[in-house]
Design a protein around this ligand. Structure first.
Ligand code: TMP
Length: 224
């Protein structure tokens, strides 16, 4: 059975990863590639429910404080379902899967940001996801200063927007983002074959061109 190709996009809030994923999806579709895109948390009916609990800033007042380990477990419940319902079937059918965030986000946000540590996340990944790893991860990682500026700008925009209530994470202090940024650096250093960090603060088009190059090279190599 042909095995598709699994690509994840990672980065801090406001890093531009969602825009870049969409641009890559458009260009792969233009090339006629079979493609499935999803985001985490979310991407399944169950996952969308989990997403609204985890991201809605009102959750803390309606449900009480969400403990870091609960947050981690819910992220993995979402992921296990997405793997079962969407990712594995698509890969078995030979499709390219583009996923907006995956386990690196749990390692960076819950492991780093919430200080649960990498080991707990990686053990959870083994238990809930049978260690399914992306073939390639595009990590959008401009400097910490640029990232913080963007996260704050986005935070302000979301607070001003009435009804937009997906900002439970985005109202965290700078230190939280600092820890996430350095955890992403750690992951990139640990897994250079899988993770391609893009550090430049270039235009959307330039970054897209860079990503297309990386993806073209990797798609031309046999999966192994
Ligand atoms: P996004 O859809 O805008 O990327 O937002 C998802 C938020 O959820 C973002 O703040 C990162 C956070 N998140 C985690 O904390 N851990 C995870 O495992 C995932 C997938 C997301």
């Amino acid at each position: 059975m042909p095995r598709g190709f699994f690509i994840t996009f990672e980065g801090l809030d406001g890093s531009g990863k969602t825009t870049q994923l969409r641009l890559l999806a458009d260009s792969l579709e233009t090339e006629g590639r079979a493609l499935v895109t999803l985001r985490q948390p979310g991407g399944t009916a169950l996952g969308d429910r989990i997403r609204s609990i985890l991201l809605d800033s009102r959750s803390e007042s309606t449900l009480g404080h969400i403990a870091p380990a609960t947050e981690m477990a819910l992220m993995f419940a979402d992921r296990a379902q997405a793997i079962h319902e969407v990712i594995l079937p698509a890969l078995s059918a030979g499709s390219i899967v583009l996923c907006d965030r995956y386990t690196d986000s749990s390692e960076a946000y819950q492991g780093g940001g919430r200080q649960l540590g990498s080991q707990r996340i990686l053990e959870m990944h083994a238990a809930a996801c049978d260690n399914l790893q992306p073939d390639l991860t595009i990590l959008l990682l401009p400097s910490l200063e640029a990232s913080l500026k963007r996260a704050r700008r986005r935070n302000q925009r979301n607070t001003q927007k009435k009804g937009a209530d997906e900002n439970r994470f985005e109202s965290e202090p700078d230190d939280f983002y600092r820890r996430i940024h350095s955890k992403y650096e750690e992951i990139a250093a640990r897994e250079p074959h899988r993770v391609f960090p893009i550090r430049e603060d270039a235009s959307i088009e330039q970054i897209h061109a860079h990503i297309r190059e990386i993806v073209a090279v990797r798609l031309a190599q046999p999966v192994g």
